[in-house]
Design a protein around this ligand. Structure first.
Ligand code: GLN
Length: 535
């Protein structure tokens, strides 16, 4: 097994995740068996309890792991299904070592960061390699080199390098090259400093990926090679891209794949990115255009709904359509500007969410979509609120609500799942991960999924209250997907509306560049028809 460690210098938010994913993508295109994992040096056990405003969306894995959004990038770029083992946090590492200490694994010993914590880190990385049967594990280290939190992880990586050797552990360091002054001269000093920082802990990078606005010029590239002591061909320029899906092409064209394969002594298998390029062409030069409005809570943080944006992009590519994203903060739905956006939208998507802020605004948006026959997709909370809106407006249950937001409503059309009633710990205790859903024959869902038996990922505590289902269905809100025991409502469709669909599960997490999530595909296709009919 070989390890490629992707670290970051200078500042955070450089797109290390996209770099790591893209390296995986180009290696995979050469037939290398590769997987990726993320190290997040915070103390939380997993990402499930983090705020999307600070950390972006919580990505859900098949096994119910609640992970950093970079896991979504890995799955999309590597076309993989990853597990919770592919996420390591300080909390997880220390938790495991302390548990072992209590069990008596280290009797008589003083348990220390070196070697006990570093050994645990190394064995978690090796386990991922062994369990997934790959040749190369790409390990992305969150945070910035120099942070106190990342120290034990870098030390573990340094040890791996000295134990496994030069060919088997490769260091890729991602940095920022800013352009300053009237001449927009590219400055390499921050890169030099962050490499010095890495070296001070015993790590010499093999590859520098330099993020910059425009492509790295020759002078800057030479300077980095000289000062950071890496070969010229291992200084890779990663300029701002119009689409993240261009990045693997940038890396491939600069010879990074060849360089890495040679460094790892892996020969040089050919073949490559033909299919990826086909997909990219459709993303870059689409014939049509639709506007999809997202009504959510953290709208100035694009990362909060990353998988939805990606799923819509995948769907757009399949339909030769550019998806323009309009964003409305649910709390501001009454503002003039928001109303204009509702009118402009060819389709409306309400994503998942927690807590009462913005709920009434989302309900307004559902009503707008239902009454004006605008294509609508509601996911998780969006699905629940579509049910609430219908109960209020069509069933005349004026105070209908979810008990998450109004515990005393006289019509609790959305209520806590029975198995959640005794849950007291909040971490990792929702209904999580891949669950089977059975679809009704002849439904829109069947047409979208081309099948009746699907697995989709979940993350919720509340559900449609079974008590109200007959009344909702009688008036036209049909539940066409259910859990195998028939008790949990999973998909809804509204009679007499061109596309009004919702799912309790999160279809966005399984969307792939050439296999868009069926629900998002349906939304973009309906939005396209809607926009044509408007013209
Ligand atoms: N808050 C809702 C629930 O827990 C919806 C969750 C979600 O949208 N992910 O059921």
């Amino acid at each position: 097994m070989k390890v490629i460690l992707v670290s970051g210098g200078v500042l955070s938010g450089l797109g290390k995740g996209i770099t790591a994913s893209s390296i995986g993508c180009v290696l995979r295109a050469r037939g290398v068996k590769v997987t990726a994992m993320k190290i997040d040096p915070y103390l939380n056990f997993d990402a499930g309890t983090l705020n999307p405003f600070e950390h972006g969306e919580v990505f859900v894995l098949d096994d119910g792991g609640e992970a950093d959004l970079d896991l979504g990038n890995y799955e999309r770029f590597l076309d993989a299904h990853l597990t919770s083992d592919h996420v390591m946090t300080t909390g997880k590492v220390y938790g495991s070592v302390i548990e072992k200490e209590r069990e008596g694994h280290f009797l008589g010993k003083t348990v220390q960061i070196i070697p006990h914590i570093t050994n645990e880190i190394k064995s978690m990385i090796s386990n991922v390699g062994i369990k997934s049967g790959v040749e190369v594990v790409i390990v992305e280290l969150g945070g910035t080199v120099g942070d106190i939190e990342s120290m034990p992880f870098l030390e573990a990586a340094r040890q791996m390098h000295s134990e496994m050797g030069d060919q088997n552990v490769i260091f890729v360091h991602t940095t920022l090259v800013p352009a300053l002054g009237a001449l927009r001269e590219q400055k390499t000093k921050p890169t030099q400093h962050s490499v010095r920082e890495l070296r001070s802990i015993g790590i010499q990078p093999d590859v520098i990926v330099a993020r910059s606005e425009r492509p790295l010029d020759d002078g800057a590239r030479r300077k980095i090679a000289l000062f950071c002591d890496v070969p010229l061909e291992a200084v890779i320029s990663a300029p701002d891209a119009k689409s993240i899906y261009q990045v693997p092409i940038f890396l491939e064209e600069q010879g990074l794949t060849d360089y890495l394969l040679a460094r790892m002594g892996m020969g040089n298998p050919k073949n490559g990115l033909t299919e990826w390029k086909g997909f990219l062409n459709k993303v870059m030069e689409p014939k049509h255009k639709v506007k999809i409005l997202l009504v959510g809570k953290y709208m100035d943080q694009r990362d909060s709904y990353m998988s939805h944006y990606e799923a819509l992009t995948h769907a757009g590519a399949e339909l030769d359509t550019c998806v323009d994203f309009l964003r409305v903060e649910a709390e501001d739905i009454q503002k003039e500007e928001s109303k204009c956006m509702l009118k402009e939208a060819d389709g409306i998507l309400i994503p998942g969410g927690f807590g009462s802020r913005g709920v009434e605004g989302k309900i307004e948006a559902v009503r707008y979509a239902r009454e004006n026959k605008v294509p609508f997709l509601g996911v998780c909370l969006g699905f629940q609120l579509a049910t609430v809106e219908f109960a209020r407006d069509v069933l005349q249950m004026h105070d209908a609500n979810s008990t998450e937001f109004d515990p005393h409503t006289s019509h609790p059309v959305i209520d806590l799942l029975p198995e959640q009633k005794n849950v007291t710990k909040m971490g990792g205790s929702m209904r999580l991960g891949a669950q089977q859903v059975l679809i009704e024959k002849g439904s829109k869902a069947e047409e979208l999924y081309h099948g009746l038996d699907i697995m989709e990922r979940h993350r919720h505590r509340y559900e449609v209250n079974p008590h109200y289902i007959d009344r909702l269905q009688e008036k036209g809100l049909k539940y066409t997907g259910r859990s195998p025991d028939g008790k949990k409502m999973e998909i809804l469709e509204l009679d007499g509306h061109p596309f009004f669909v919702g799912s309790q599960f999160h279809p966005e997490f399984k969307s792939r560049p050439q296999r868009p999530a069926p629900m998002h595909f349906g939304l973009v296709r309906a939005a396209l028809a809607f926009s044509r009919q408007r013209k």
